[in-house]
Design a binder for this molecule. Structure first.
Ligand code: ACM
Length: 542
């Protein structure tokens, strides 16, 4: 496939005439740790050869940079680091075309001649996957890693815990797996539609061995797993195992929304959470741990004698400050293990952050900008346009989602470091990510539908550091990239609308009449205003 069909588009690509024939048996020259990467990602048997027609080397340079040159004589990869080698091989796979994504049956493939010189604009290029609302199998997560790597992304943020399920084995506390990982049934359709419950038990969790495997698999593909344990709200499920540590409505939830349950912000809860984090850190190889901090309902903190006494002993005036105290305590524990905390932007408002905490801005642009101005490293994750749980169009055939729409064109417009921000604030932006929230994504096939191709647009906006050229992206998607996704086994949404079997229908996936909709005005206002409060007095259904 030609050099003008790459996604994300590289910084520079030039084409030449002719092609190189790559086949099992072509010699590969380079240091063993680099040739291993090439073989693994290409999935081709390329034997070592000092005079190999394919060569790979690292000459220390810009992080993640690479040069890939294809001539009729061979293929040269030269990269600034190992991450750059991986990106070069991903670009090579795209040039080979769909065949490169099939796991068996690769024969002789022609690679067009030309050269790519490339590096990313931002360091943090991620996808968030919610495996808490609906459990997704380990194999689905591994496939998601492959799809991230295909788009030269480098972070997988795994939202592992929420009110509807805790997805992590605990060997120290086996009651978690027994009580917190499943629910008897799930609400049908949109939360606002009042269509009852499906009567089907749902659940699952990853063993610590599974998580070690996911982490290693991702690392081999240049991706750091960022595990999230959402605290102190969004903990109804965990509290099924530890009711003595909770306030509000305890137990694995069957429906969506902001629930009243919280883990009590007191020292004994901090201790328990740190024990759970220590187990997780034994198996996930990561410098970052996400502690959540979002949508915490403090209604029941006011009248709880233990919480009130603790707040007073700390000399704190508000529940919001106590939210901040709790998160700081857990982040300080992570720091003793050499880990950096990541938190949703509420924690920035309540003072839950340590100076090196990464603030993940989801409630619009303005709060992210404010955090960056305050000197925090910021990861951009604004609902509009990075939340991929929203409709992809206004078509009546779209399946139920939380609301919408956020179209492919919207996703392409994502501006991770807007020119309107002062330079100092832009410099605080580590990068950004898309979010695949799982309330309305019950399984892998629907995950593919909701994620791709919008994720391609966000990957491109992150790689280049500016909005993607929508028309050109559509040209590259229809001219080549969708065929690559298909060969990779990804059931993406066709550009014209869903396949008949992906449509809304009349059953559990029926489109909601009442889901949230965005007007342009709402979008503008929402992205430019700072949310007033960071903790909520009351639960909320949405
Ligand atoms: C979020 O969407 N509650 C981060």
């Amino acid at each position: 496939m030609s050099f003008d069909l790459l996604v994300p588009a590289p910084r520079s690509a030039t084409t030449a005439t002719g092609s190189f024939l790559l086949r099992p048996g072509t010699g590969l020259d380079g240091e063993p740790h680099l040739t291993r990467i090439v073989r693994r990602l290409l999935g081709m048997d390329l034997p070592d050869s000092a005079t190999g027609e394919v060569s790979v080397r690292v000459a220390p340079g810009e992080p993640e940079s690479y040069r890939l040159a294809v001539s009729e004589q061979g293929i040269e990869i030269e990269a600034g680091d190992e991450a750059g080698v991986r990106h070069a091989v991903q670009t090579l796979r795209q040039l080979i075309g769909p065949q490169a994504y099939r796991v068996a049956g690769k024969k002789e493939v022609g690679v067009p001649c030309g050269e790519v010189i490339d590096r990313p604009a931002v360091e943090w290029r991620g996808g968030m996957l919610d495996v808490a609302r609906h459990f997704l199998t380990k194999r689905t997560v591994l496939k998601y890693v492959d799809l991230l790597a295909m788009h030269r992304m480098n972070r997988l943020h795994l939202h592992l815990t929420d009110d509807q399920g805790w997805r992590i084995e605990s060997r120290s506390f086996p009651e978690i797996s027994r009580l917190a990982t499943h629910r008897p049934e799930t609400i049908v359709g949109h939360l606002y539609d009042g269509r009852g419950y499906d009567g089907i038990p749902h659940g699952g969790y990853y063993t610590l061995d599974d998580l070690a495997e996911i982490s290693a698999y991702a690392r081999e593909r240049g991706i750091i797993v960022v595990p999230e344990i959402d605290l102190p709200g969004h903990t109804s499920a965990l509290l099924a195992a530890f009711p003595e540590l909770g306030t509000g409505e305890i137990g694995v939830q069957r429906a969506w929304g902001v629930k009243s349950a919280t883990i009590k912000p007191v020292p004994r809860s901090v201790k328990r959470v740190c024990e759970l984090l220590d187990e997780l850190l034994e198996v996930i190889d990561t410098p970052y741990v996400h502690l959540g901090g979002d949508e915490c309902v403090t209604r029941d903190w006011v009248g709880d004698p233990e919480i009130a006494a603790h707040r007073e002993s700390l000399g704190l005036a508000t529940e919001g400050e106590l939210h901040g105290w709790f998160l700081r305590e857990v982040a300080a524990h992570l720091a003793t293990r050499g880990k950096r905390a990541v938190m949703w932007d509420e924690a920035y408002q309540t003072g839950g952050t340590l100076p090196d905490t990464i603030v993940m801005g989801w409630r619009g642009d303005a709060i992210a900008q404010r955090a960056a101005a305050d000197g925090f490293d910021v990861v951009r994750a604004p609902i509009y346009p990075t939340y991929l749980d929203y409709d992809q169009s206004e078509l009546g055939s779209e399946p139920v989602t939380i609301g919408g729409p956020i179209t492919l064109a919207d996703a392409a417009s994502f501006d991770v470091t807007p020119d309107a921000w002062p330079a100092g604030e832009r410099a605080g932006v580590l990068g950004g990510q898309w979010q695949a929230w799982g309330e309305y994504i019950p399984h892998e096939r629907h995950l593919d539908y909701m994620t791709f191709p919008r994720a391609c647009a966000i990957a491109e906006a992150l790689w280049s550091g500016r909005p993607a050229d929508y028309d050109d992206l559509v040209r590259r998607l229809s001219g080549g990239h969708l065929a690559r996704l298909e060969a990779a086994g990804c059931e993406y949404r066709p550009l014209a609308g869903p396949h008949p079997w992906q449509e809304s229908g009349t059953g559990g996936r029926a489109r909601s009449a009442s889901g949230m909709r965005w007007s342009l005005e709402q979008r503008r206002e929402w992205s430019s205003s700072i949310p007033e409060s960071a903790v909520a007095d009351e639960p909320e259904a949405f």
